[in-house]
Design a protein around this ligand. Structure first.
Ligand SMILES: Nc1ncnc2c1ncn2[C@@H]1O[C@H](COP(=O)(O)OP(=O)(O)OP(=O)(O)O)[C@@H](O)[C@H]1O
Ligand SMILES: [Mg+2]
Length: 366
């Protein structure tokens, strides 16, 4: 599809006779449509043979290409790394040219303006939303980590429902991809949460695509192929529950640590690029190092080490406190480090009754 900006550009050049003149930027919504339909052969140097190779691996649009790392592209099309890097750079440059991506140097005012357009999805609990400054953000990876039963999977299930509600209700009216690595996705629980929130259970279930990942390679394959799902189904949230479990189970012992971290690093970076490029929210869960099969250290530390810690945009630590659950924002670039209380009930994630909430808040902040 030819971008209307190009037409506008030619008119401007003809009128002003200035070859360097800048076209007016299209409206944000037009730009999304233009970019979503921009196929890889719109890039200079991509002919029918390369297009066919890319398409065969699920890389159809310039966005699909931009989300990949050069090594992903090299593996996919069987080219060398230099050629693959060139392709990724071209995709990025095209998106910068269209003003879909930021230029390398950009003013803080412009970043501030763009950050205002980030959308948020309610978690289902006002206090948890408050901790997240309004809800889960698009263009970011939000990691929930904590011990078993702390509510990670319940948050993921609730988000499957809230994402589909209207903006007035705290959602984005979009669908969800749920990458289930631990076989803990339960449609019955989704139905219960939807019913308790007064929503149509069938419609909600229809808006969730579940991908069961059998091992870490399969998990990487699924996430590498998200582009077509996002394009065709209007996906606004991708859940990976859990991001680290397969790596943890498959790479045992210190001898395999470096390979594990490399693979995990690549996986986490794919998640970050997916969130940024497609303007969706990615939610990943992670356990804590509580068992002796992992390494020495703090039992409240997330697994995955620095790789996951440094790649997630926001990290929330969850713990049990009697029947309540406590969420703490950790290492956020702009949220204050504090704690809130939420509960698990038929609505999934919910706020505790007023009284319990205020006494609990006093307790956790002391
Ligand atoms: N229908 C329900 N109503 C109320 N609470 C529920 C319901 N279903 C599950 N729970 C609560 O959710 C808890 C399990 O939480 P969750 O599955 O989110 O744990 P998790 O943090 O994902 O743990 P793991 O590390 O084992 O995956 C249960 O202990 C129970 O208290
Ligand atoms: Mg779980």
């Amino acid at each position: 599809m030819k971008a209307p900006t190009c037409v506008k550009n030619e008119m401007t050049k003809a009128e002003t006779n200035e070859s360097e003149s800048e076209p007016d930027p299209p409206e944000a919504s037009d730009l999304k449509v233009i970019v979503a339909n921009l196929e890889v052969d719109e890039l200079e140097g991509i002919g029918p043979a390369m297009k066919a190779k890319l398409n065969a691996t699920g890389i159809v649009t310039v966005l699909d290409l931009a989300v990949k790392s050069p090594s992903d592209v090299a593996d996919a099309v069987g080219s060398d790394l230099t050629r693959a890097t060139e392709l990724c750079n071209k995709a990025r440059a095209k998106l910068v040219e269209l003003k879909y991506f930021d230029d390398d140097f950009i003013s803080a005012t412009e970043i501030y303006r763009r950050r205002k357009s980030i959308e948020r999805i309610s978690t289902g609990s006002k206090s948890l939303d408050d901790l997240l400054a309004g809800g889960i953000e698009t263009q970011a990876v939000t990691e929930f980590y904590g011990e078993f039963g702390s509510g990670k999977t319940q948050i993921c299930h609730t988000l499957c429902v809230t994402t589909q509600t209207s903006r007035e209700q705290g959602g984005l009216g979009g669908s969800v991809v749920y990458v289930d690595t631990e076989n803990t996705f339960r449609p019955e629980r989704i139905a219960e949460i939807a019913r308790a929130r007064g929503l149509n259970t069938e419609e909600i279930l229809n808006g969730i695509v579940v991908a069961k990942a059998f091992n870490s390679s399969h998990q990487e394959l699924i996430v590498g192929e998200l582009g077509s799902q996002i394009r065709t189904r209007g996906v606004r949230v991708v859940v990976v529950d859990s991001a680290v479990a397969h790596y943890r189970a498959e790479f045992l012992g210190r001898g395999t640590l470096s390979e594990r971290q490399q693979r995990l690093n690549r996986f986490m970076h794919t998640l970050v690029r997916t969130a940024e490029v497609y303007n969706i929210a990615v939610v990943a869960t992670n356990q804590v190092q509580s068992s002796p099969d992992t390494f020495f250290g703090d039992p409240t530390k997330a697994t995955g080490g620095n790789v996951v810690a440094h790649t997630s945009t926001y990290r929330i630590y969850l713990r049990k406190s009697g029947k309540n659950r406590v969420a703490r924002m950790v290492d956020s670039p702009y949220h204050a480090e504090r704690e809130v209380i939420f509960i698990l009930d038929e609505k999934g994630i919910d706020d505790p009754p007023e009284e319990a909430s205020s006494s609990g808040r006093r307790k956790t902040s002391s």
